[in-house]
Design a binder for this molecule. Sequence first.
Ligand code: PLZ
Length: 446
Amino acid sequence: MAEVRQRREILTELPGPRSRQLMERRRAAVPAGVGITMPVFAAAAAGGVVVDVDGNSLIDLGAGIAVLNVGSAAPAVAAAVSAQAAAFTHTCFQVTPYEGYVALAEQLNSLVPGEVERRSLFLNSGAEAVENAVKVARSATGRQAVVAFDHAFHGRTLMGMTLTAKAAPYKRAFGPLAPEVYRLPYSYPYRCAAGASYDECGPACAEMAITMMDRQIGGDRIAALVVEPVLGEGGVVVPGEGFLEALSAYCEENGIVFVADEVQAGFARTGKWFSIEHSGVVPDIVTTAKGLGGGLPIGGVTGRAELMDSVHPGGLGSTFGGNPVCCAAALAAIEEVRSKELLQAAWRIGEIFSARLRPLVEECAAVGDVRVRGAMAAIEFVSDRKARTPDQRAASRVLASCHEQGVIALKAGTFDNVVRILPPLVIGEELLIDGLEVMEKAVRAL
Ligand code: PLZ
């Protein structure tokens, strides 16, 4: 494999001629409903760089949406994948099981916080992990209602999109949605639904959410509360202190299964194995995917043994779920996080984000808020600082400018006014700063 040099180098206009040709073919072959952030086709990737088919080297501040925490084609992951692929590629764990699945379950059972006995089940994606967490919670409690939050994203399957907050593009035209799903306010300190200050938002929104569960749904009817400990697609929102703790206490009092959706913020992204660890909460179930497989598709549900074991034999599974190649990749990725000290790397990236991006709030009228949680960061744009009017165009302009100059970054937020930064945790510091400088200039030019 040719080495991918860790620097930004733009040789053609972006997208280049070969990418433009492929885009034409794509238009004729792939439905328009599959959106594209940047019309540049990949040829190779490693560390913090994606090389496109025209030979341009782009800085990756998206990591394939928080997937490539250990980097693309990490040698240890690639070696584990090829060894497993050469031994056997599939048997179906439900037909003839294999050790890798069990070994990965053991790893996750011990990594999820809390001194409780756990079990893990593997699927193919984050959405499927969420679906199965809800199935387990309903089976274990004998209840039907499920609560989710404002600004949430949980996938594109029927239950996933029903739990997801945003109508367009995720739910529009796809109804009817699943029944028995209720939505509660999330603590979003910059836009507190209870009108509280930054510091008071956590307890204020928790109180609102708990009153709704108690008075409108009935705590004894709720099977599961599904929550992202940090919003991802919703715009890297870190809930106010006390929010998750209060919800968890209510769940415990009322026999509700607390599901932490760690698909995006988990697996070392925020400087902890799981983002819920920034609070003191011990979740009943954790869903994982994205970073878990080191770039290969796998989703996990890790939960308290008594909940997971409540489901009848044959009630859970999937043909490919926990495929042996994906399990091998995930085991190698976990080892990479440990041996390369990627939890610490995520903290360091967070410090760089804070140092570089926080001053933008003072300097630029269009920047309403900057949020950082480890190697997850967001800039939220507003057209009127006082009214906090979302400015979608400013976010689009900053992203367009980044993309033109070879920096991959993502949009987020219910109002499409947030630029989100999620680099691979193995990105070099110089490269990261080069990418951030491109972005900062674009912000200052607004
Ligand atoms: N839960 C918290 O962030 C996926 C969505 C990309 P899948 N987020 C990226 C897109 O446009 O579809 C996500 C998430 C959280 C669940 C999911 C769903 O994970 O692996 O995409 O199904």
